[in-house]
Write a protein that binds this ligand. Structure first.
Ligand SMILES: C[S@@+](CC[C@H](N)C(=O)[O-])C[C@H]1O[C@@H](n2cnc3c(N)ncnc32)[C@H](O)[C@@H]1O
Ligand code: SF4
Length: 407
């Protein structure tokens, strides 16, 4: 709809200048993190009416009890004290479709396309009556309080891993000579990124296997000391094969990290190792979540082009909810799968897919983060099935080793 970011922003400003009533669509963990973030960033808090949701109804005294996936307050962020009511979509659409004196914010990646379609079917207009939460998350703090907020970014510490999952979304088996990243380069990336922003809701330390990285302590300490106040949730994701050293544990505690453990033990045999990690985290009262039933999808063979035509790939890009943003070598990539595929040498580098953190300003970063790329898509989208695009090929971590080359 909007080809240029400046028109998009102008329109957003106009639409939100007088808005006081807000309704959310999707009682998800993202709703909770969004409202918590906006309460922290906005001088004048939003007036939340209710949430529309098809799977849950009722009233919640404490939004953090909405579901098990919600990020709990971690002792750093100010907990959000709102109560919330949830109504079913059929009730909402029956009674409210005529009076559109409110804005709707969709708050679900998994259901985004479905919710958008439903809203359109009932006569609501995108960027007029309804908005996606990532747009609101960045643009509302910008226009109301001149703050630069990015929803989430990921930084890869190492290309090495203890496992070799065939369908790994970071394409680990495809790295011919996987390397640990240079510590000074990581520090420089962190400085460049954090100097541009005021706040980020989720900052993610990832790999490969981040606990394999020899300077993981140095990175945690660097982020913790310099930038922890700008971060909502500081997350490290591990496959649970390694037990952190005592110093690492100490830093997890000191800087309130949330450890996200991908538990693949139903498919890969390392139960004893994961139990050791869990024991260590429990003993030290470190917040962690175990993710056992992660919906793994085959993103496609990274060297096979599936969407060769421009129009096809633009449509595909519009549907993709691309959650992972990559920070690497002074660049900010719209999609971390793209970053990994470049690093593994699977697809060529393309200036369209990233912005140089040295050369852009805060507005340029937000523009890129919201998907305003020169081509209208990231070049790797031609090869990738995407996230929540409707292409779902369930796979799991059980299969190990590189997949067969199409060539
Ligand atoms: C690439 S891994 C890196 C961290 C760590 N080695 C691990 O496996 O948890 C980061 C996250 O991506 C998820 N992931 C990897 N491949 C995936 C796929 N094909 N589909 C969905 N999630 C995937 C993992 O389960 C994990 O939660
Ligand atoms: S998904 Fe598997 S191969 Fe990829 S980083 Fe995690 S454990 Fe390693």
């Amino acid at each position: 709809m909007f080809k240029s970011f400046s028109f998009f922003l102008k329109n957003f400003k106009r639409k939100w200048s007088t808005t006081s009533e807000v309704i959310f669509y999707g009682a998800s963990k993202d709703f909770v993190l969004l409202i918590e973030t906006l309460d922290i960033l906005l001088t004048k808090k939003l007036n939340v009416n209710f949430i529309i949701d098809d799977y849950k109804t009722g009233s919640y005294e404490d939004i953090y009890s909405l579901n098990d996936a919600v990020y709990q307050p971690d002792g750093r962020v100010s907990p959000c004290k709102r109560k919330i009511k949830i109504v079913k979509s059929e009730d909402f659409f029956r009674t409210n479709k005529e009076k559109k004196n409110f804005k709707i914010i969709t708050t679900s990646d998994a259901n985004k396309n479905k919710y958008f379609q439903k809203l359109v079917d009932f006569g609501f207009k995108a960027q007029e009556d309804f908005f996606d939460y990532k747009e609101v998350a960045s643009l509302l703090p910008l226009i109301k309080d001149n703050k630069t907020h990015i929803w989430r970014a990921d930084i890869m510490l190492t290309e090495k891993c203890t496992l070799n999952c065939t369908f790994c979304n970071m394409y680990m088996p495809h790295f011919k000579s996987a390397k640990h990243r240079d510590l000074n380069e990581i520090k420089s990336d962190l400085d460049k990124f954090f100097n541009l922003i005021d706040y980020i809701s989720i900052f993610h330390l990832v790999g490969g296997e981040p606990l394999m990285y020899p300077y993981v302590n140095e990175v945690i300490e660097y982020v913790g000391e310099k930038y922890r106040d700008k971060i909502g949730r500081l997350i490290l994701t591990t496959n649970g094969t390694l037990t952190p050293k005592p110093k690492t544990i100490e830093l997890f505690v000191k800087y309130n990290l949330l450890i996200s453990i991908s538990d693949y033990t139903d498919q890969v045999n390392y139960k004893r190792r994961i139990n050791k990690l869990l024991e260590s985290l429990e003993t030290n009262k470190i917040t962690f979540s175990i993710r056992k039933d992660i919906n793994w999808n085959d993103f496609g063979h990274p060297e096979v082009v599936k969407f060769p035509l421009e129009e096809q790939v633009k449509k595909h890009f519009k549907k993709c909810t691309a959650p992972y943003k990559g920070i690497n070598k002074g660049r900010y990539y719209f999609c971390h799968l793209n970053t990994s595929a470049n690093l593994a040498g699977l697809v060529p580098d393309n200036k369209n897919d990233y912005c140089d953190l040295d050369k852009i300003d805060n507005l340029g970063l937000i523009e890129h983060d919201l998907g305003f790329l020169k081509l209208g898509y990231a070049t790797f989208c031609k090869n990738c099935n995407g996230c929540n695009t409707g292409i779902e090929i369930p796979v799991g971590p059980g299969k190990q080793g590189i997949r067969i080359s199409p060539k």
